[in-house]
Design a binder for this molecule. Sequence first.
Ligand SMILES: Nc1nc2c(ncn2[C@@H]2O[C@H](COP(=O)(O)OP(=O)(O)O)[C@@H](O)[C@H]2O)c(=O)[nH]1
Ligand SMILES: [Mg+2]
Length: 316
Amino acid sequence: MNEEKETGKPKNILSEGLSSILEEDVTFYAPEESPVQKAEDYVCVYRGEALNDEELFQLSARENIRQVLIAGPYSSGKTTLIVMMYFLFLEGRNRVLKFGGSLTINGFKQRLQNLLLSSGEEKPIVERTPRTELNRYLHLNLEDHDGRKDNLILTDVSGELFCAEDMESLSDLYLACENVILILDGEKIAHPRQRQRERMTFTMMLRNLLKNGIITKNSKVQIVCTKKDLIDKGDDSKETYAFLEDSWNFIQSNYEALVDSLEFYTVSALTIEDEETQNDFETIILRCLEIDHCEVTVPHKKPKLQRFFDKYEVRE
Ligand SMILES: Nc1nc2c(ncn2[C@@H]2O[C@H](COP(=O)(O)OP(=O)(O)O)[C@@H](O)[C@H]2O)c(=O)[nH]1
Ligand SMILES: [Mg+2]
């Protein structure tokens, strides 16, 4: 008869050499199998930093999200705009929207820190967003006037990635964006010798975003000219506003038919104390949260009762 069956002990699985130096009646146990873990056993814990692609994917699998791509050249004011959207709620300057929290408080704080440190200075200092930044999604949970809660995801991508060569790789991640905020650098627009070039760069970027399918017929596009304070401070602000008006008319007549909607704003991150700035920021956010008409389900049309069997209408 088999020895294992006789003694009730598990079979000796050690090599002969090792067995010889061990005592005779040592019992060996097979390694314990780890218990099967169910999906509900996992609890998602966030670092508080801006989310990376994987964390955003996991969040989107559990909750509805409304993603906003913020596109603009390097140093045009993208990160500052994102920080100010959070600052609006932090300072309680929100009127219509209610703040329901954020999974990325540290991400906002880090970006905000430099802005606060430099308050009182002529120029706020915001750390440059590196090209390789993976933690690029900032989250705000918001409730609108109808009590509808939503997760707004503000995408902070390095401006360097919006050049024509990198646009293709961006389209892998941001194909057919529902919400796009395009940034026009007010500082450059205020400068008579830089404004034409800035407008050209901007239009090229818009064209490339359309060409690569990032902006589509279903995209809500909001154009934000930043650094209004620098425009107002300039000697020829009247001329600058006339140039902006002209640019806006040009963009509207050439691109309005290619997108779902186009809106235009001129804002300053330094004047968040002003009611007008607060209203502009809230309006931009509200527009991003608006439900697109495509999502509204059309009630099923009942068939006309012509025969008795028509009462068994088609069911979906
Ligand atoms: N005066 C002024 N400067 C601003 C404003 N917004 C941004 N900036 C400046 O523009 C620089 C670039 O901003 P940032 O948000 O980092 O641009 P990004 O590269 O597009 O993310 C910052 O260092 C700020 O000094 C604004 O409203 N007014
Ligand atoms: Mg940035």
